[in-house]
Design a protein around this ligand. Structure first.
Ligand SMILES: [Zn+2]
Length: 56
């Protein structure tokens, strides 16, 4: 699946347009959801810790 959506850096809305935001005329960026993020791993690790603490 290709990601055609663009995100406005001014209002944060998503659009299919490529030049500018149809809502506020702001600049558009292509949001790239990271496939592998060490931060996500860290969050999961913290979540696991929380879960363990609750069990104890
Ligand atoms: Zn906008």
């Amino acid at each position: 699946m290709k990601w055609y959506m663009r995100k406005c850096i001014r209002c944060g809305r998503y659009t299919l347009r490529e030049d500018k935001c149809p809502y506020c005329g702001g600049e558009l960026v292509i949001p790239h959801p990271p496939k592998f993020s060490p931060q996500d791993k860290y969050i999961k690790y913290r979540y696991e810790l929380k879960k363990e603490k609750k069990l104890i």
